[in-house]
Design a protein around this ligand. Sequence first.
Ligand SMILES: Cc1cc2nc3c(=O)[nH]c(=O)nc-3n(C[C@H](O)[C@H](O)[C@H](O)COP(=O)(O)OP(=O)(O)OC[C@H]3O[C@@H](n4cnc5c(N)ncnc54)[C@H](O)[C@@H]3O)c2cc1C
Length: 387
Amino acid sequence: MSEDAAVSEQEIRAGVRALCERFSDEYWRDVDRRSAYPREFVEALTAAGWLGALIPERYGGAGLAISQAAVILEEIQRAGANAAACHAQMYIMGTLLRHGSEEQKQQWLPEIASGRVRLQAFGVTEPDAGLDTTRIRTRARRQGDHYVISGQKIWTSRALYSDLMLLLARTSEPEESRGRWHGLSTFIVDLRQVPEEQLRIVPIETMMNHNTTEVFIDGLLVPAQNRVGEEGMGFRYILDGMNAERILIAAECVGDGRWFIERAVAHARERVVFGRPIGSNQGVAFPIAWAHARIEAADLMRRRAASLYDSGHSAAAEANMAKLLAADASWQAANVCLDTYGGAGFAREYDIERKFRETRLYQVAPVSTNMVLAFLAQNVLGLPRSY
Ligand SMILES: Cc1cc2nc3c(=O)[nH]c(=O)nc-3n(C[C@H](O)[C@H](O)[C@H](O)COP(=O)(O)OP(=O)(O)OC[C@H]3O[C@@H](n4cnc5c(N)ncnc54)[C@H](O)[C@@H]3O)c2cc1C
């Protein structure tokens, strides 16, 4: 990849597409069948510099903007691949970049950019708190120059394939004057140095291959110097990263949608039933056309959100709408593609059912559709708060 920050969208697309062509549908089918981690793919992306896209050049990254990083993820999904194996590195790193000390950045960012260290795991969600993150119970107590952390995380994806985990834990009880968000702190946990009795990672079997886990933490010792930013401000730091995350996920959904539409169009042209291509039936063609229109509309919103974000303006409303519209549009495109394929859509060999399972996630995680709607209702339209 060129290190020129002015690298064009076409160059990014061409570069990512060429890399993805080395990983066939059969590769992804096999990884999915074995619930394995696509290590070779992630290594190739890292070696080409794509996963360090958002890391500034002074720390060894490509110094690209969100709008450009979004194109990388979109193109991965559009190729039928699955960026879920590695996308989090792009947005988790943002917490370190925005709130870490210069020393922490010097220590970790060049290592992450070069691929020598993987920062793929993000431990926020807990079984008893769900979406209400301020209720998490994982506790970090300061003891001298360490924190001692105990608690449990759930849905910590890629923890078994990451060297570092960004962990959110409560360091103090919330103060009435500041609200429940206060008192949470973020830590970099070096998973390579942790004894098993302090931290245990247990895979969760899921409907798609996502390498997600439960993490049991018992007396985990984390050096105080690994706390990112100020004590008690961690929830704010996580929120800061959410707009970038929503834009990147929206771009992935646009990529998924385009993959479904391309497959549906090709199949509708080729498959002959009743003596003519099924695509000549409006009952087949029109849903594909609808799906295309919805994906293009979502793409416009994602571009608007990315451009606001990159120019330093508030992008919260647009980033949320982009994620909402794109996740919805990709799911509709998935259903249209499955319908177009008929029975064949259910056979593993065509990959439709795999991508169908994979794209469904984005209506629930990293944030559910209801939470996005609640944000728009409350923060954009001024309706009464529901929680
Ligand atoms: C495959 C996968 C990977 C994930 N990876 C990660 C990860 O790497 N790191 C991490 O920290 N988390 C991760 N998550 C967690 C994910 O972010 C949460 O699952 C998601 O935020 C929803 O939380 P929950 O499952 O606890 O749902 P709950 O909070 O139990 O909510 C259940 C349902 O109720 C709805 N709901 C709840 N409250 C309200 C309300 N007030 N108004 C309207 N609707 C409401 C929600 O929208 C949801 O549909 C992952 C999840 C999955 C499934």
